[in-house]
Structure formats: structure tokens, C-alpha cells
Ligand binder design. Structure first.
Ligand SMILES: NC(=O)C1=CN([C@@H]2O[C@H](COP(=O)(O)OP(=O)(O)OC[C@H]3O[C@@H](n4cnc5c(N)ncnc54)[C@H](OP(=O)(O)O)[C@@H]3O)[C@@H](O)[C@H]2O)C=CC1
Ligand SMILES: O=C[C@H](O)[C@@H](O)[C@@H](O)[C@H](O)C(=O)O
Length: 318
């Protein structure tokens, strides 16, 4: 039901990786880097890799890939890890929708890598490539300067061309609703390996999750703690399951995703939290049911919805 699970830690029945439709493995848990500030993110990445994290999630738009790359370099130079033993994700930003390979090359250079394991379309909308800012061009009224004449399908065609270059191992999308994915799939030669979306007990998004599982597209859950301020850490059901297992609420949330066959990425720049966030346990069906019911009482909550002023087709926003 939740796709192929391929790797188990013998002391813990929770899988530590999942299979992609390319045949490669993706780690079940990773470190996010959005809003990880200068002077913090190098150590966060290096520390995470040195302490066993196998996945780092990056993006051109985060403006910190050079420092993320310094963290990767530090862990490699210390001999703590080998490049082939960890997985790096980066994302093509909207101002580069018509210049995908150029944006990939910028990320590779900043990160100091010669390939990325998974390259994603960040949002399925184009912004003016010649606007007043390289990342967030605006119109005189302050709204985002979009290029609505450019289709995300054209962007995907450029993504497909990257696969033969050796610079990416797999390609995928982010923030695709059922409507957008159903628009893309009939036009695609390569099925996206991943759809990275906001996902947590307040926003299970079962509709798009089920479609992706049916099409063998792996879901990556972003903002699993509810993004800045981590509201899921204080959710009463999450707290009570955490107390039962004597683990952090973060572990409960990540384990909920793990049970759903979903890779999860959480951001922290604090070593103690990076440690705390590295654990996943095998939840039983009763706990899963309780976690699955949270949104029914609390209501749907989406924390990340940038001001593109575009209907991306998500039921809670359409
Ligand atoms: N494709 C996309 O459009 C998107 C992708 N992402 C990716 O997903 C990653 C994770 O999502 P993100 O939005 O950052 O939010 P998260 O849900 O990971 O929450 C991050 C926040 O929680 C805090 N935090 C982390 N661990 C703990 C803990 N154990 N206890 C208490 N607080 C904690 C962090 O603070 P501190 O650092 O101070 O510990 C930070 O404020 C991003 O960093 C990014 O890589 C995110 C959003 C959109
Ligand atoms: O990946 C994280 C988010 O999608 C982030 O990249 C966007 O929210 C961006 O800051 C924006 O304002 O459009």
C-alpha cells in the first residue's frame, strides 16, 4: 500500500530507506536547510553528516548552498563520510524555469558537487527570468513578477534532459497537487521520482499521497514539525504518544511519516535537536490511527504557502 520498503535497521523495524522508481534508494530521514542562517548551516550540515544523517535537502532559493557545500566538504575532508554514502537534494527555482540546466550548474558549483542525487522543480510556476531580482522579482505594486506564459510542462521537459548529463541521478517535483500531477503525467517521458510536499498530521494530503503511491512516485514530507516555531511539537496527541514511548514529539511525527512510506526532512541548526531528530520508531496501528485523526479535530493547517497568488490546486487552498 505504501510502496516498496527496502532497508531495515535490525534493532528497529522502522525502515531507514525507501526505493525510488529509478531503482535507487532514498534515505527515510534527512536534514532540511531552508532558513538555516549564515554562520549556522555549515556546522549543521557537517554535524548531521558526521553523526549519521544520509540526506541533505537544499535549494538554490535558500541562498545558502555555498555554506551547505562547506559543511559537506568538511564532513568529507574529515573522512566521516564518502560522497556515495549520502543523498543530496536540490531544487530548480522559478526564475530559472526556462533555464533549468543553468540553475542546476549554479547549485552544483555552490555545493561543490559534481552530481545531485535528486533535482526537483521547486514550485510549478515560472517567474520573470529578467526581472528586478534573481530570486524574487516583483512588479511595481510589490506582487511577484510571474511568467504565466511559461508552462511547468516545458520545465519538466528540460528536467528530463538533465538525466543523460550525469549531473543528476533522479528528477522530481515539489508542491504538485493532484490537478498539477494529472496535467504533467500524460506529457512526461520520465515519471517524477519524488513529489516533495508539506505533510504532517495537520495536513495529511491523502489525495495527492495516494495518487503518488499509485504512480510509484515517492513522497517527501517537508515542514514535518509545522515549520518555524515547530507547532507539531506541542500537539497534544503527538505529545501523548511521545510520552508512551519516551521519545521526543519529533520522533513521533517522523515515525508517522515512516509508517506511511514517506521520506521526511526536518530542519534544525542546533546539534541537540539534530540528534533528537535522528530517531524513528515503529509505531503501532492504534497510535497511527490517533495521529491520522488529529486533523479531523484540529482542522487542516498549512504553514507554507508563498505569495505567488497562484491556485496550485490543493483542496484546502483552491
Ligand atoms: N519544497 C518546498 O517547497 C519546501 C521544502 N522544505 C524543506 O523541508 C525542510 C523542513 O521544513 P521546515 O519548513 O524547515 O520546517 P520543520 O518542520 O523542519 O521545522 C523547523 C523548525 O523547527 C525547529 N525545530 C527543529 N527540530 C526541533 C526540535 N527537535 N524541537 C523543537 N524545535 C525544533 C527549528 O528550529 P532550529 O533550527 O532553531 O532548531 C525550526 O524553527 C526545510 O528546511 C526544507 O529543506 C520546506 C518548506 C518548503
Ligand atoms: O522550500 C521552501 C519554500 O518553498 C520557500 O522556498 C518558499 O516559501 C520561498 O521562500 C517563497 O517565498 O516562495
Amino acid at each position: 500500500m505504501y510502496g516498496n520498503i527496502i532497508c531495515f535497521d535490525p534493532c528497529n523495524m522502522a525502515p531507514s530507506s525507501f526505493k525510488l522508481n529509478t531503482g535507487a534508494s532514498i534515505p527515510a530521514l534527512g536534514l532540511g536547510t531552508w532558513q538555516s542562517g549564515p554562520g549556522e548551516v555549515k556546522n549543521a550540515v557537517s554535524y548531521a553528516l558526521r553523526t549519521g544523517y544520509k540526506l541533505i535537502d537544499c535549494a538554490f532559493c535558500y541562498g545558502n548552498e555555498y555554506e551547505v557545500g562547506e559543511g559537506i566538504k568538511e564532513a568529507l575532508n574529515l573522512g566521516a563520510v564518502k560522497r556515495e554514502d549520502f543523498f543530496v537534494t536540490s531544487k530548480m527555482w522559478c526564475t530559472f524555469s526556462s533555464r533549468v540546466e543553468e540553475n542546476l550548474d549554479m547549485s552544483l558549483k555552490a555545493l561543490g558537487l559534481d552530481y545531485i542525487d535528486l533535482y526537483l522543480i521547486h514550485w510549478p510556476v515560472a517567474m520573470n527570468p529578467h526581472g528586478n531580482d534573481i530570486r524574487f522579482p516583483t512588479l511595481p505594486d510589490g506582487s511577484r513578477d510571474l511568467d504565466m506564459s511559461w508552462s511547468h510542462i516545458e520545465t519538466w521537459k528540460q528536467m528530463e534532459k538533465l538525466v543523460g548529463t550525469g549531473k543528476v541521478k533522479a528528477i522530481g517535483v515539489c508542491n504538485y497537487s493532484v490537478r498539477y500531477l494529472e496535467g504533467l503525467l500524460p506529457q512526461a517521458t520520465i515519471i517524477p521520482a519524488v513529489n516533495q510536499i508539506e505533510n504532517h498530521p495537520y495536513l495529511p494530503q491523502d489525495e495527492i499521497v495516494s495518487l503518488c503511491h499509485a504512480k510509484n512516485i515517492r513522497i517527501m514530507a517537508y515542514s514535518p514539525l509545522g515549520s518555524a516555531g515547530s507547532p507539531l511539537m506541542k500537539e497534544p496527541t503527538v505529545e501523548s504518544v511521545a510520552a508512551k514511548y519516551r521519545v521526543s514529539p519529533a520522533t513521533v511525527v517522523f515515525s508517522y511519516h515512516n509508517k506511511r512510506g514517506i521520506t521526511v526532512i526536518a530542519k534544525s541548526v542546533k546539534e541537540s535537536r539534530i540528534d533528537q531528530n535522528s530517531k524513528i520508531i515503529d509505531l503501532d496501528q492504534r497510535d497511527m490511527k490517533a495521529l491520522e485523526n488529529i486533523h479531523k479535530a484540529a482542522g487542516i493547517k498549512r504553514y507554507v504557502y508563498p505569495a505567488f497568488n497562484v491556485d496550485f490546486g490543493f483542496p484546502d487552498k483552491s
